[in-house]
Design a protein around this ligand. Sequence first.
Ligand SMILES: C[S@@+](CC[C@H](N)C(=O)[O-])C[C@H]1O[C@@H](n2cnc3c(N)ncnc32)[C@H](O)[C@@H]1O
Length: 79
Amino acid sequence: MGLSCGTPLALANLKDGEVVVDLGSGGGLDCFLAAKKVGDSGRVIGVDMTPSMIELATANAKKFGKGTSSFIQTLFLST
Ligand SMILES: C[S@@+](CC[C@H](N)C(=O)[O-])C[C@H]1O[C@@H](n2cnc3c(N)ncnc32)[C@H](O)[C@@H]1O
């Protein structure tokens, strides 16, 4: 998924077992929705530049996630 705007899941056509990277994952909502689509055999990795968003997404994962989502702080740049 890219840019994390709009409704990326509507276009992604995710399937069981796939690995998803969400660039700009914010509080993690799209990651949790993606995790439902890829199931227990899949994996979702959220990436965000903001430490507070990583903290929020990690806390939300404990409440709403199924253990298949993880979050990494980094700044992505285009060349
Ligand atoms: C609209 S929010 C994403 C919402 C998210 N998809 C959700 O489901 O809640 C966009 C996020 O992208 C992150 N972001 C924007 N530019 C970035 C960059 N260059 N590197 C890393 N993260 C970035 C922001 O910190 C923000 O949390």
